[in-house]
Design a protein around this ligand. Structure first.
Ligand SMILES: [Zn+2]
Length: 162
């Protein structure tokens, strides 16, 4: 972690220096005499997380990029706070209940397996694992892979019967 000591800098040079270095390094520690409330406020306004560590005659500010808060991403809503939907079975047309985090289900009417569309950013978002949790992520991704590898459904029979 980069550390900059601003104690020898003049007051008016400090803020520009800190923001310049943050642009360069992304995250860093800053050594300063006392807790700089206006600076911390501005950093937080810009989305950084700031941890103040008292180190005796000075404080260390641990300035970090924002943490991904699990479940905060709106795209992961369907997985983390699933909602009940009513969908139609593609085989027999009967209504069936489906939670938005379910990829597969079985139709109660015809007993056939149904693959649902999963509409979520977890398929491509780089933070997905952190967002929905490792276990859930692996489960969803491996199920999606199985579904992709599976046989292509024969659509003719639906057209003929419909
Ligand atoms: Zn059905």
């Amino acid at each position: 972690m980069k550390t900059i000591d601003v104690r020898n800098k003049s007051i008016e040079d400090r803020f520009p220096l800190i923001f310049e270095k943050l642009d360069e390094f992304g995250e860093m520690d800053v050594i300063i005499e006392t807790e700089p409330k206006p600076l911390i406020k501005r950093l937080k306004d810009e989305g950084y997380s700031v941890n103040v560590v008292n180190e005796g005659d000075h404080v260390k500010l641990e300035i970090r990029k924002p943490e991904i808060v699990p479940g905060r991403c709106p795209g992961a809503e369907t997985i983390i706070r699933p909602k009940l939907q009513i969908v139609n079975c593609p085989h027999c047309g009967a209504e069936m209940e489906r939670w938005t985090d379910e990829i597969k289900g079985v139709c109660e009417n015809c007993g056939k397996e149904v693959i649902f569309d999963i509409d979520s950013c977890i398929q491509w978002c780089e933070y997905a694992k952190k967002c929905v949790g490792d276990e859930r992520y692996e489960e969803i991704i491996s199920t999606l892979e199985d579904v992709r590898k599976g046989p292509i459904p024969d659509v003719r029979k639906f057209i003929e019967s419909g």
